[in-house]
Design a binder for this molecule. Structure first.
Ligand code: BGC
Length: 276
């Protein structure tokens, strides 16, 4: 499927601003701040919730290594210090892990010391404000449902993100069912993401055709379990969707995500604003 005309424009990322640079500031009232924590970068922007577009530039700071809770929280502070955020602006933060009632349940692709951490308490100590912690794929999926490829799609939508791992979000009539973790389905005796993530494609140097066989197995299985009305495929590799989505034979329509690398920030901000 070709890119949709409605795809929000993705501003260039900025490296961390030098001290003394002016603070970034949004202009409207219906705004929230989103932070996306990834293995290589921590990114944030103010989001216009009416449009799902960034209201400011996006700021990116490399993820500290090791990415311990303290080090990441400190980086979040440095990131937020570059914005002029009203104290009552909702703040959402994504994690590449299931997060239930603010606690990271387990973590596959970031420092293991995150397991059991209460993110709200950690960030309150470091940032002095309330934050809303959500799973990264849930944020991306919710953003697609509100502003992107799944906007106004009734029924069951499954959004998957193909990256270092496989993330999933299930949205039913616009409502998110959080922490579904379908990347860890066991298929043929193996963790699905260890067989079919895009990181595995890169690591094993598979062609798109080789990789598509694994994706076929994966999506057929998910389709059998959930009978979705639509699959949306996100993650960095989704910009190459024309090379692999047409190779998949499914009953369910499968389309690329529209928000691309803004989805995590936008979804985190939107979920924080709704207090979910
Ligand atoms: C994690 C998920 C996450 C996904 C994508 C998986 O390994 O368990 O929580 O959404 O990777 O980052």
């Amino acid at each position: 499927m070709a890119d949709q005309a409605a795809t929000p424009e993705v501003p260039n990322s900025l490296q961390a601003q030098a001290p003394g640079m002016p603070l970034l500031e949004g202009a409207g009232s219906n705004q929230a701040f989103g932070i996306d924590i990834g293995g290589s970068g921590i990114k944030g922007a103010i989001v216009d919730l009416d449009t799902g577009l960034f209201a400011t530039e996006r700021v990116r700071i490399p993820t500290p290594q090791p990415a311990t809770p303290d080090a990441v929280a400190q980086t979040c502070k440095e990131l937020m210090d570059q914005f002029n955020l009203p104290q009552d602006m909702p703040v959402g933060i994504t994690f590449p892990a299931p997060v239930s009632h603010d606690v990271v349940l387990f973590i596959a692709n970031l420092d293991q010391s995150w397991t059991g951490v209460n993110v709200a308490e950690l960030m309150w100590d470091k940032l002095g404000r309330k934050v809303h912690a959500v799973n990264d794929a849930d944020a991306a999926g919710f953003a697609e449902a509100m502003y992107g490829a799944a906007k106004d799609v009734p029924g069951v939508v499954i959004v998957t993100t193909l990256g270092t791992g496989i993330g999933s979000a299930i949205v039913f009539d616009g409502k998110l069912l959080p922490n579904t973790e379908l990347g860890h389905l066991e298929i043929d005796g193996k963790d699905a993401e260890s067989r079919a993530s895009s990181a595995q494609k890169t690591k094993n140097d598979w062609s798109f055709k080789q990789w598509a066989k694994r994706l076929q197995r994966y999506y057929s299985h998910v389709e059998m379990l959930f009978t979705p009305d639509l699959f949306v495929v996100g993650g960095g590799v989704s910009k190459k969707h024309a090379k692999f989505l047409p190779l998949l034979e499914l009953k369910t329509p499968i389309v690329p995500a529209q928000l691309r690398n803004t989805a995590g920030i936008v979804g985190a901000a939107a979920l924080a604003a709704q207090g979910r």
